[in-house]
Structures are given as C-alpha cells and as structure tokens.
Design a protein around this ligand. Structure first.
Ligand SMILES: CC(C)(COP(=O)(O)OP(=O)(O)OC[C@H]1O[C@@H](n2cnc3c(N)ncnc32)[C@H](O)[C@@H]1OP(=O)(O)O)[C@@H](O)C(=O)NCCC(=O)NCCS
Length: 223
C-alpha cells in the first residue's frame, strides 16, 4: 500500500478458519470498521495473519488485479466459460483498475494483511438502475478463498455501505450470478431481500443474475 501508518486494533481476537484478525487502519478517508460486524473466534486453526480494511487508490491497481484474477478463477469455475477464466490477464485488469480507481463516483475498499498484501476488495457507487431517491450498489466484492469465512466479506460490505450512506444513499442493491449459491447465501445472511432477476454480461457471456436489496441501508451500516 502506498500510505504507511500504524495499525489500530478494531477488535482483538477476531479469528476464523484461517485465523485472521481484522484490524482497522485509520487513513484520512478510511471508513471505520464496525467491530460488531466481525466474526469471533470460531475456528480451530490459528495463524498470525491480520487484516485492515483500507481505502485503495491507483497505486494498488496491480494488487487488486492479482486478487481479481485469482478470485474469479476460484469462484466461477463451472459458472463461467473455462476459456474466459483461463485467459484472465492480471496486467490487463491492472490497467482497468488503475482507470477505475481514478473515478470519484466509485468507492473501493480492500482487506490488507500485515505484510501489505491485499486479499479482498469491494466497490460501490450509485445504483445503475435507481430505485428510490438515492440507491447505492455494491458493484464488486471478492475475497480470496484462503481468507473467506473470517468476516472480511461482511466488513467490506459494511464499509462500502457506510461510505455510500455518508454520500446520501438510503438503500443498497447488489446483483449476483443466479447460480452463485454461496454468495447468495452470504447476501441473504446479511438480510438482503430479493430484488428481481435480469441477464447481464458477466465474463463475456450473458448470464442470469439475481438482485438483493436492503431498503434501509442502516440495516447494514448499523450492524
Ligand atoms: C461471498 C463472499 C464475499 C463472502 O465473504 P466472506 O468473507 O467469506 O464472508 P464472511 O466471513 O464475512 O461471512 C459473513 C456472514 O455470511 C455468512 N456466510 C459467508 N459465506 C457464506 C456461505 N457460503 N454460505 C452461507 N453463509 C455464508 C457467514 O456465516 C457470516 O455470518 P455470521 O457472521 O453470522 O456467521 C466470499 O465468499 C467471496 O468472495 N466469494 C467468492 C466471490 C463471490 O462470489 N463474490 C460475490 C460476487 S456478487
């Protein structure tokens, strides 16, 4: 990461299957991490890994691209064309991330380990199809498999939702591949209500997706 500063524990002892501990790192524009959103001790395997939820910028594009390519291959095998997944290019996605991170209308947060490696990210912006006065949308959310189920997905969702609420969003929506059952279970677990179905271009193919909506964004931001 580009801006070095001290780590401040958000909640001590948060650990999971991978033994990760989530810390919040106060950067000038950092979204505070809700301690109540963190998973507590529920694993048998411990490790020294710790994570901070941090805002990212163009200097992080290469790392985000690495996570993107790995996470898509891990998550979408059997859901998207194998050929598309094999051809995913980290340098290409680094260029795309660099351009994307220069936009001011999208917020991106990432989970960073103590050694500075990113293992997860989420982005949000105003919803592509507005529903209500100002609806936010989670546009992307990926956690590397090795870092899943320790609270990072929830912490990133909460962080992006907070940042969107700060910009005036009242509700939140996310679209997910219809057959991505694990992610759907995650969104349903966080209280998302069905928001319809539509086909979207994902991974070079038109795929059925389903939406989840939080009509009151505070359900996420207030834990
Ligand atoms: C879906 C995903 C974002 C969840 O992130 P995560 O860090 O693994 O989830 P968390 O550890 O924060 O879990 C938060 C809650 O969701 C639940 N949850 C997470 N994954 C779940 C699953 N597969 N099935 C059921 N519940 C799940 C957890 O039990 C937890 O609830 P709890 O704290 O009350 O026990 C992550 O698994 C992922 O990146 N998957 C692959 C990529 C993907 O599909 N992204 C979504 C694209 S739209």
């Amino acid at each position: 990461m580009s801006v070095p500063h001290p780590l401040t524990p958000a909640k001590a002892g948060m650990s999971g299957e991978n033994g990760g501990e989530v810390l919040s790192k106060p950067r000038p524009s950092a979204t505070p991490l809700d301690p109540t959103s963190l998973r507590r001790d529920r694993s048998s395997v411990q490790s020294a890994l710790t994570y901070a939820i941090v805002p990212v910028g163009p200097a992080d594009a290469a790392q985000l691209a690495r996570v993107h390519v790995q996470a898509w291959r891990e998550s979408y095998r059997g859901l998207l064309p194998e050929d598309y997944l094999r051809r995913l290019s980290a340098p290409l996605h680094a260029r795309r991330w660099r351009a994307r991170l220069l936009r001011l209308d999208e917020i991106t947060l990432a989970a960073e380990s103590q050694d500075g490696a990113l293992v997860a990210y989420a982005s949000g912006q105003a919803a592509r199809e507005a529903h209500g006065p100002f609806e936010g949308e989670i546009t992307t959310l990926y956690v590397l498999r090795a870092a899943q189920r320790i609270g990072l997905g929830r912490a990133l969702m909460t962080g992006v939702a907070r940042a969107l609420a700060d910009r005036g969003a009242h509700s939140l929506v996310v679209w997910v591949l219809r057959d991505n059952r694990r992610a759907r279970d995650f969104y349903e677990g966080l209280g998302g209500a069905p928001a319809g179905e539509r086909d979207e271009m994902v991974g070079g193919t038109l795929a059925p997706t389903v939406g989840y909506r939080w009509t009151d964004i505070r359900k996420l931001t207030e834990g």
